[in-house]
Design a protein around this ligand. Sequence first.
Ligand code: CMP
Length: 140
Amino acid sequence: MTVENTLSIIKPDATRRNLTGSINAKFEQAGLKIVAQKRLQLTKKMAQDFYKVHKDRPFFNELVDFMISGPVIAQVLRGENAVKHNRDVMGATNPKEAEKGTIRNEFAESIEANSVHGSDSIENAKTEIEFFFAQIELIY
Ligand code: CMP
């Protein structure tokens, strides 16, 4: 077991419905610790940059428009195997496939408005954390 950091985003569908606390309760109950957090309005350029791996996917423009449709919470979660653990707590990308009790099963509206994002690898977690946070902002 290794202690890792991973990047989590609470998306505009969830901030709009005032679900920040309910979602973070799930992370904390699962043993993930929030070690950095900020609420921000993404610009179009930030959203395009953040999701650039998806730039050739048919849903890219809609995804970017959705991510700038309201405030998001960017946060760093820390814990044992945090990258995979966070993805397990979030559930499948498509809420119709997300297991009972997961965040997306309980809160997501659709595959696009799926309430949370989480890094999918240790390497991407590092890049995604650096996108939003300086090392000094992570308080263990
Ligand atoms: P996320 O984990 O933030 O990473 C990329 C996002 O694209 C994904 O969650 C979904 O919210 C969004 N998305 C929209 N449409 C699709 C789709 N058809 N397949 C996969 N992801 C999609």
